[in-house]
Ligand binder design. Structure first.
Ligand SMILES: C[S@@+](CC[C@H](N)C(=O)[O-])C[C@H]1O[C@@H](n2cnc3c(N)ncnc32)[C@H](O)[C@@H]1O
Length: 202
């Protein structure tokens, strides 16, 4: 797939070739939502949200959700599904590496949580730093990012392999990795890790 090209991603959604889309939110996310939904509702942003399984799951649990993806067909599907479910989700067609000043004004410093599943794995390698800097900018100082990242073991991409040593390098200066752990059960064919991240203090 061409680098950072929304057209190609969009075609995959339009043609039903979005093989990465699961049947629903992964079990690890449902468990996290259950454990994190005991206090006040949180403001959650979901970059690279695809057709929105995860965004819908957060909204279903009562959280305020913003979803971003640069494939219009995915965002349209997400909006339809939210409307069908009677859920309010603010969804934008946006490049998460450069959402633009107008959108950034509304997003900056506003979120308790960034949740991402295989968005960093999808980003063109040269733009990973820009994406992570954006993600950091969306968080409140006490906010955190939870990232479910594939460790495919394969060269090339997308999806790009995210072994722990690479993730550690990418996060340096931006996020502190509080912990990470292998995850099983979201899909038997995927080797993946969940990362608990918080913004590096400035
Ligand atoms: C592997 S898919 C994962 C989608 C969703 N998180 C899921 O788990 O089903 C990666 C998603 O990131 C989106 N994406 C890739 N690069 C992007 C960028 N620079 N800005 C916004 N979205 C992007 C793609 O359109 C696609 O929906």
């Amino acid at each position: 797939m061409a680098e950072n090209d929304p057209t190609r991603w969009n075609e995959r959604y339009e043609q039903g070739r979005d093989g990465w889309t699961l049947d629903g939110p992964p079990q690890i996310l449902l468990s996290l939502i259950q454990s994190l939904s005991r206090g006040d509702p949180m403001r959650v942003i979901v970059p690279g949200a695809g057709v929105g399984h995860d965004a819908l799951a957060w909204a279903q649990a009562g959280h305020e959700v913003v979803a971003l993806d640069f494939a219009p067909a995915a965002v349209a599907r997400l909006r339809e599904r939210a409307a069908e479910a009677g859920l309010t989700i603010e969804a934008h067609v946006a490049d998460v590496t450069n959402p633009g000043p107008a959108l950034n004004d509304g997003l900056g410093g506003r979120f308790d949580l960034v949740w991402e599943q295989t968005c960093l794995c999808a980003i063109t390698p040269e733009l990973r730093g820009a994406y992570l800097a954006q993600a950091r900018s969306w968080l409140t100082p006490d906010g955190s990012m939870l990232a479910l990242l594939w460790n495919t073991g394969n060269e090339g991409g997308p999806p790009y392999d995210m072994p722990p040593e690479l993730v550690e390098r990418l996060m340096t200066g931006l996020f502190v990795i509080d912990k990470f752990a292998p995850v099983t059960g979201s899909n038997p064919n995927r080797r993946e890790h969940l990362y608990w991240l918080r913004p590096e203090p400035t």
